[in-house]
Design a protein around this ligand. Sequence first.
Ligand code: NAP
Length: 300
Amino acid sequence: MIITGRTRIVGIFGDPVHHSLSPVIQNAAFEAAGLDFAYVPFRVHPGDDLKSATESVLALNLRGVNITIPHKVGVMEYLDEIDPHARAVGAVNTVVNENGELKGYNTDGLGYVRSLVESVGFEVKGKRVVMAGAGGAARSILYALLSEGPASVVVANRSVDKARKLIEEFAEGAEGEFAKTLGSVEVTSATLDTAFLATGADGADLVVNTTSLGMDSNPPLDITLSGLNSGAVVSDIVYSPLETPLLATARALSFAVHDGLSMLIAQGAVGFELWTGAKAPVDAMRQAAEALLGVVGNRR
Ligand code: NAP
């Protein structure tokens, strides 16, 4: 990559940022697409630094930035405009500098739904969904899933109150198209306990893990998959390891699997497209991420 005075700079604000895969994924994408862009990680400490860092997007004429932990909520007060999806989710992970106006987006859920279509050909509309987890990632994914008009969604969380609150919040704040779609979806909460793990996924078309269960040294999400509908997809947003125990079980039962890297790439692809206006080269992005993670092969 050759950086000149013409190169458009984008980056990521977070603390920490050293572990982020985004610089590798986005720089590979710019190279594959032949675009004169470069992506740089910036460690931004919590507190006043976030305000000045966000202002610097304009001062330094950056094209935009990704926002990661712990700034996804805090950055919102420094932006000129926030798109409806990000506002409903209550977090921004992508900022675009549109001629001096900072616009905030949340690409996690959009990327999630897009990657379901692109990676495993799964359309959410009319389907029965079981989602484990009600944390930060679940918020964006749930909003995006509900926007697609599934037949039903069960949100199962260890602390059921969090799942209930999330559903209530979306129902109370629903407006426009989202409100119309939500009206036709059966959305319920459940406790992610032994009884739910035994039978809660029966009859589902999509099971998605948005908890940290299955991640590296954590115990797996041990949910029974044998009662899923035929043609069902099992999805895990955890990407370390890429093949979680949940996905290994699903694969052994011959269900289609959708891994966490697919979502990570797709949310980055949405950001890439917002910054550049060009179609994201997702294959090159995935290859770069897999090389970094030391993954052999190109499983989807
Ligand atoms: P978070 O806000 O801390 O939420 C964690 C969720 O996991 C909560 O629902 C929590 O339940 C549940 N949980 C944690 N330990 C549990 C246990 N022992 N048993 C049952 N449930 C448990 O985290 P997050 O930001 O949503 O991230 C969740 C996972 O998604 C992480 O592994 C993260 O790396 C991954 N992620 C992937 C992507 C991607 O692009 N692929 C993007 C974002 C996040 P309680 O509410 O009951 O505590």
